[in-house]
Write a new protein. Structure first.
Length: 139
């Protein structure tokens, strides 16, 4: 009986499996968090750049109607220009500042429903429902 107990105590053949079971949840949680934060930063940057690009593209117009059409056309190609964005999740508004200096305001809102961020919200409780971006260009 003593030989069996000492042999069992000295046997380390399952130690790696036990260590993996203890470390794997922490490793996978960190990996998921890194991917989620990277995805959030990419989408947030894309939304900001989409708003800025739409405002800049409107500069080629001669009047407000043409400038609004150019900005809207740019915004309607969001998923083509920015692969992280889903076109159906993008909502936007274009308005003009005619009081002191002529300019254009472009506001973009991106809904995170159906994306990796919605999954992260359910697990980690981030509370992120939309990502907003805006830009202003004076003429």
């Amino acid at each position: 009986m003593r030989n069996t107990i000492s042999r069992f105590r000295n046997d380390q053949s399952g130690a790696v499996a036990v260590e993996f079971v203890l470390i794997a949840p922490i490793l996978l949680t960190l990996l998921f968090g890194i991917i989620t934060v990277g995805y959030f930063m990419g989408v947030s940057h894309s939304v900001s750049q989409l708003a800025a690009g739409a405002a800049r593209s409107s500069v080629a117009g001669l009047d407000t109607i043409e400038r609004e059409a150019l900005a809207t056309a740019y915004l309607d190609q969001a998923s083509v220009r920015y692969p992280l964005l889903i076109q159906d999740a993008v909502t936007h508004s274009v308005s003009f500042d005619d009081e002191t200096t002529a300019g254009i305001f472009v506001d973009v809102t991106y809904g995170v429903e159906g994306s990796l961020l919605e999954i992260a919200n359910s697990f980690l409780g981030f509370g992120i429902t939309t990502i907003d971006g805006s830009a202003y260009v004076a003429y």
